[in-house]
Design a protein around this ligand. Sequence first.
Ligand code: BG6
Length: 486
Amino acid sequence: IAVDPFDMVVFGATGDLAARKLMPALFRRDLAGQIPPEARIIGVSRSRLSREEFAGKVGGWLAEFVSEPEREPACVQRFLTRISYVPLDAAGEDGWDELARLLGEAQDRVRAFYLAVAPDLFGPICERIGKYALVTPLARVVVEKPVGKSGETARVVNDAVGAVFDESQIFRIDHYLGKETVQNLMALRFANALFEPLWNAGHVDHVQITVAETLGVAGRAGYYDNSGALRDMVQNHMLQLLCLVAMEPPTSLEADAVRDEKLKVLRALKPIREGNADQATVRGQYKAGASPDGAAPGYLEELGKPESQTETFVALRAEVQNWRWAGVPFYLRTGKRLATRVSEIVVAFRPVPYSIFGATAGPVMSNHLVIRLQPDEGVKLWLMIKDPGPGGMRLQHVPLDMSFANSFSARAPEAYERLLMDVVRGSQTLFMRRDEVEAAWAWIDPIREAWTNSEQPPRPYTAGTWGPSAAVALIERDGRSWHDDG
Ligand code: BG6
């Protein structure tokens, strides 16, 4: 179903995000018939380009980032006619009158400002959006992460954006929330009667959340070195996943109903600070090693500096202090240049209280529910089954395996496709509210501080491995191990 007519103004229109994600996502939605004929996509950046030159660039990006069968020439042509361009100085005055003229006076048309720019420009851009009177009743602003670098800086950014837009108009993107399988977590939990009665400390032994990447930081080392894995991945994507696993059932899918529940989880996280950070966290940095494409350089080589304390890997043990989760550890790990690219959530249930099978049957392993976010999206429930055959009662750990690719023929839309259309529709359920972002920082900041004051630098690990051995020790100390889907 087509959304209402809209103008989408993309700040940072010649940047990487616009090229790789935003334009391909808008194109795919257009291809699917969701974008009405009157919609306009207005690129804005410092580069002095004509409309035709910018449309030419967009055509090039589509050729690079959208696969051949999807790229029907007639659709590409139609999409490119929707594109306009305004050269503009985001922190100055040049170009703003032209943008205002192009947008016109219409009050009844959705107008979205997408800030795909460095966060220090959020404030200046919003100020000018206000000053040039571009905020209409149906205006929205989309803010990319990171929202700040700490609780304090996040408040500054939120104040600057909030001075011009109402909270109901602010869409803080965490693209993990747009991933199909992440939304599926809500379906799995709340559309099935089977799991929820077991979804608590009485039956769940622990939870693991892994987001492993094989890529390094080449190309964005400048940004990354000021951020590190804790800010880049844990503060947002990992904590959002944790919230969706741990939250109480919201009363509906309405934005604030879901966000209220996530906020309670963030506020219930047991603080990790100087006294317990050594026990509860591990940080690492990759050295030269292997990647799927061959030899991989170390982080410092990619960065081009002799020294850096920035972590490219984090493992930590979190706890949610409430009735449902008391005593259940949530083990989180994420890193660059790890052994494989995999993101998954593992809910490990408690073992049976007593085995009637005896030693010859083999160990009775506990049930694991594995929600695979990427690649090979799907859900696996690991069960104990009798090994078929006449050899007596021998047990095997085998998955009930629901792979999305085998079960559904439709292509899973990319996160940005869903999220961009939600912006136009005005649906904030999959976007972060101000208090959520600030609560996440309130938990992250003391970890950062403890690391800064610690004598222990990030532990080295070889590119192409599963991170520092201390990350294995972190979970094995508790008598558990990282799930291996074999
Ligand atoms: C981004 C991080 O938010 O997420 C990147 O800044 C990371 O460092 C990326 O690579 C991972 O996203 P995805 O969708 O590829 O898992």
